[in-house]
Design a protein around this ligand. Structure first.
Ligand code: FAD
Length: 507
């Protein structure tokens, strides 16, 4: 390829979406990905032969479930199904069991969810979903599009805006108490908030749990057939068909400027590639403090990046089992995702421990049963299981000395919900925060959210005011990763919006 019109740094979902949008507009695009063998960043799949479990088992290295599969404007525009992407869905989307065998479960069928939640809470769910299904398209558009996104907000009635504001301003525990009566239903939203670093009592924290609960009911926790990597693989194939190039093993070390304008990128092996446009699917601190020359980044921005608020770490385990997990809860046996968090106080204790730097004693878990939905994930007779907990990024003495003991605590927690689980384990692979960062430098300390999801890191503060619209102080350089609005999750909208801004500026 001659000097490309744009270089995208990083082939994560956001980088690949950005590259596709630029290629669709007729630009020549080169994607430089540091990983030596695969695209996808934290949305990729590894075979058990490489992961050290069992050959033929497919383990998602990061993201496993995709509630934005239908709702994301970027995914709709790319039509990845034409490049081989197929979705598999479960019967139950999200199950929240307790050791006593009780559970609350969300399905795409509101009546099934209502039945699971019981009379009062079931009615409350039906009423909420009747409203949510009506406003979801405008709400999602308003939240995923570039800020301030006024046009889409104006499609909502004042009453709807007020109702959503009441949800968004609440704490997860407060919202749950207001809506539900039973302990089982009340653990749903605070449990979902802990996908990122939002604790049950965090102000403005309910919105994320609310969205994960409602999109589980509308889009469902779908999985790509063949693994999460099938999604990013389809993006890469689509790009290459449009003349784009993905170069693996190509770490970008720095961006060269011509005055205040982007002029080139330099790879770790010293190769320099001239380009007038760079879209960085990288961490915001990495872009502002390492890739860009000091002279083009205002001192205030450098200071803000120096104290950038990161999310907690993630600690992940993959298993190969010789049968499905023997959950006590019948709903959990049919669920795409199961959450371990007994009640709000349990989640509070977990939050205090993680936030305080201690290894949690009774780990909260997000548990994915991909092979129940998609039988291509494991050879006949075997199943895969995927789970993560949230932990401090660093612990005293380092993670090396704690990883097996913490993985054992995770096993024990699942055993409490599913007696006989341990006997089904054929192989286990443990992935501590430093392992996540080792394969994807955006996951600093195992932070899976592109920085903290605390309100001080959101909207116009993401990643730093006033650079919340993807452009940076360096002309021709854009932040395209989940460190930009709208943040974590595989929806591709950070990359989509960044490419939109780059195209707008290119005229
Ligand atoms: C354990 C875990 C579980 C998760 N579960 C879910 C889930 O179920 N559902 C969901 O929606 N989301 C989930 N997520 C979050 C989701 O994976 C991320 O939000 C998403 O991948 C962010 O996409 P991205 O493109 O911004 O960044 P990334 O996916 O991190 O990709 C960034 C890419 O850039 C590359 N890169 C970085 N710096 C350079 C450089 N200097 N030169 C070249 N290449 C570079 C990296 O190698 C990487 O490939 C999970 C994440 C983790 C870690």
């Amino acid at each position: 390829m001659n000097d490309p019109d744009a270089v995208v740094i990083g082939a994560g979902p956001n980088g690949l979406v950005a590259a596709n949008r630029l290629a669709d507009a007729g630009m020549s695009v080169l994607v430089c990905e540091q990983h030596p063998t695969r695209v996808g960043g934290a949305c990729a799949t590894e075979d058990g032969a490489d992961a050290g479990t069992r050959a033929g088992c497919k383990h998602d290295v990061g993201a496993g479930f995709f509630p934005f599969n239908r709702a994301s404007p970027a995914f709709r525009a790319l039509e990845l199904e034409r490049w081989g992407l197929a979705w598999a869905r479960g019967e139950v989307e999200s199950c929240h069991p307790a050791p006593d065998g009780s559970s609350a479960a969300i399905s795409r069928d509101d009546d099934a969810t209502a039945l699971s939640l019981g009379a009062h809470d079931g009615d409350a769910w039906r009423r909420l979903m009747a409203w949510h299904r009506r406003v979801e398209p405008a709400l999602i558009d308003a939240l995923l599009s570039p800020l301030p996104g006024l046009a889409s907000k104006l499609r909502l009635l004042p009453f709807d805006l007020f109702r959503f504001a009441r949800i968004a301003l609440a704490t997860p525990a407060g919202f749950s108490r207001r809506l539900f009566r039973s302990d089982a239903a009340r653990r749903i939203v605070p449990g979902l908030g802990l996908h990122v670093d939002v604790g049950p009592d965090d102000l403005f924290g309910a919105a994320l749990g609310y969205f994960l609960a409602t999109t589980a009911a509308t889009g469902g926790n779908a999985v790509p057939v063949g693994g999460a990597g099938a999604l990013t693989g389809a993006m890469a194939r689509r790009l290459e068909e449009r003349g784009g190039v993905v170069r693996l093993g190509a770490r970008v070390e720095r961006i060269v400027m011509d005055g205040r304008r982007a002029a080139a990128v330099v790879l770790a092996d010293g190769v320099e590639i001239a380009t007038p446009r760079v879209l960085a699917d990288t961490g915001a601190p990495a872009l502002f403090l390492k890739l860009l020359p000091e002279a083009v980044v205002p001192r205030r921005v450098r200071r803000a990046m120096g104290r950038f608020r990161r999310g907690w770490g993630a600690f992940k385990v993959d298993w190969v089992l010789d049968g499905p997990v023997p959950w006590k809860s019948g709903e959990a046996r049919r669920a795409a995702v199961v959450h371990a968090g007994d009640h709000i106080d349990d989640l509070r204790r977990f939050t205090a421990e993680s936030r305080g730097g201690a290894i949690p004693r009774h780990p909260y878990l997000v548990i994915g049963q991909q092979s129940l939905l998609d039988r291509t994930r494991a050879p006949e007779g075997l199943h895969t299981l995927w789970a993560y907990s949230r932990v401090p990024p660093q612990v005293e003495g380092g993670w090396a000395g704690h990883r097996q003991a913490f993985a054992d605590a995770i096993d024990a927690r699942i055993e409490g919900l599913a007696p006989g689980f341990g006997a089904r384990v054929v192989a286990r692979r443990v992935v501590a925060p430093p392992d996540l960062e080792a394969f994807d430098p955006n996951l600093v300390g195992g932070d899976l959210g592109g920085g903290s999801n605390h309100w001080t890191n959101q909207l116009v503060f993401r990643p730093v005011f006033p650079y919340f619209r993807y452009a940076t102080p360096a002309r021709g350089v854009f932040l395209a990763s989940s460190y930009a609005h709208p943040g974590a999750g595989v929806h591709g909208m950070c990359g989509w919006n960044a490419a939109g801004e780059a195209l707008r500026r290119a005229g």
